[in-house]
Design a protein around this ligand. Structure first.
Ligand code: ATP
Length: 367
């Protein structure tokens, strides 16, 4: 595979790497706590995701970082500087909105230059920076067009150029890909990662799309009802969710109630399962990802026999439902399915000990 980095045009962007720290950040609207005491640190130069379902408070959090919304309580730091009371125009953040918010009557160049005009940047420098920003997003050829003459993906690139041309300390992206079709979303994901890596600018990215977050994030916070449900790297959150909510939000999972029978051993509704993850609780929910369940396993430890209830062939994957006595219906994903599975047939499912994840069902508790 070629290294995309070698194709980048050198740009003279001079971002100052900025770490962000939120301390007990809270926003109340009347009785509603849109954001309830969020504390987190975002390392400088990283691409950090705020992820969660509609209404969980992610946009409110992002807008407080930008300065558009005043917190009810808590503090925001850019490096060591407390910016909680700093107005948005003095925070040096670049923002990309969900609907791009480009000026329809201005050309691409004028849209990108707007932030520099406001800052009274002299013409030669302005022209250089606009040129470099358009090169960064690969839009030089469209400089004279109006937004109405561009595709959604191209408008998105212009919005990104406009946000980065001011050389922000912090780049804020609010669902930046939600108006694009599925294929373009994937293409633009890579573009955003490339741009962040090139500029090394601390970026906070809001989305409800878990694939976007899992594929791009250096770190992420899953939010639930205004609070952080779990914080960590994508693989950590996906493989070791600390709650049903996080396991469910980041993908599909089977949940089975289980009682402890010994260190690392569980009785899951009559099925003995071994987990390699330490957990001292007496009662837990075990999370078993559908892709971690292996079909046609040989009988042995960490296996269970069940009957196929349904089977859907989707090309690269088949999705089966297998009923196991006591446990109930389990979703099983089979990659590269070669043979069909007859409904009613009996199969043996197997699972590795590291894929048996004990979850305490106490809200917010760590395993
Ligand atoms: P979405 O993905 O749908 O944009 P979100 O996670 O970004 O959702 P927010 O827009 O931050 O959620 O809203 C969080 C909560 O605060 C919601 O319950 C919302 O109804 C409420 N809320 C947001 N803005 C206001 C406002 N101006 N006045 C009253 N309530 C608000």
């Amino acid at each position: 595979m070629c290294n995309e980095g070698t194709h980048f045009r050198a740009i003279s962007y001079s971002a100052r790497m900025t770490a962000i720290r939120l301390e007990g950040l809270t926003k109340h609207y009347g009785q509603t706590a849109a954001v309830a005491g969020v504390t987190l640190s975002i390392p400088s130069g990283s691409l950090f995701f705020l992820l969660g379902p509609s209404g969980c408070g992610k946009t409110t959090l992002l807008r407080m970082i930008a300065g558009f919304i005043e917190p009810t309580a808590g503090r925001i730091f850019f490096d060591q500087t407390d910016v909680t009371a700093t107005p948005p125009n003095a925070r040096n953040t670049g923002m990309v909105f969900q609907n791009y918010a480009l000026w329809p009557h201005m050309s691409v160049v004028e849209n990108v230059a707007f932030g520099l005009d406001v800052r009274s940047i002299a013409r030669p420098e302005k022209e250089r920076r606009v040129r470099e920003a358009l090169a960064l997003v690969r839009m030089e050829a469209y400089a004279a067009r109006k937004p109405g003459e561009l595709s959604g993906g191209q408008q998105q690139r212009v919005a990104l150029a406009r946000a980065v041309v001011i050389e922000p300390q912090v780049l804020l992206l609010d669902e930046p890909l939600s108006n694009l079709d599925a294929k373009l979303r994937i293409e633009m994901r890579h573009e955003i990662r490339r741009i962040v890596d090139t500029l090394k600018v601390t970026t906070v990215y809001v989305t409800h799309d878990q694939k976007e977050a899992l594929s791009l994030a250096d770190g992420m916070a899953v939010l639930n009802a205004g609070s952080i449900a779990q914080l960590g790297a994508p693989r950590e959150l996906y493989r070791r969710p600390s709650s049903r909510f996080v396991a469910d939000f980041l993908g599909e999972s089977n949940f089975v109630e289980a009682k402890r029978t010994g260190a690392f051993h569980w009785n899951a509704q009559g099925v003995a399962l071994h987990s390699s993850i330490p957990c001292d609780a007496e009662s837990v929910t075990l999370s078993l990802r559908p892709e971690a369940l292996r079909l046609r396993a040989s009988e042995g430890s960490n296996t269970m026999r069940g009957r196929v209830v349904s089977s859907a062939y989707l090309g690269e994957v088949a999705q089966h439902v297998v009923h196991v006595d006591g446990v109930g219906a389990l979703k099983v994903f089979e990659l590269n399915p070669r043979e069909s599975l007859d409904v009613g047939s009996v199969v043996t499912l197997g699972v590795e000990a590291e894929d048996v994840v004990p979850i305490l069902e106490v809200a917010g508790a760590a395993r």
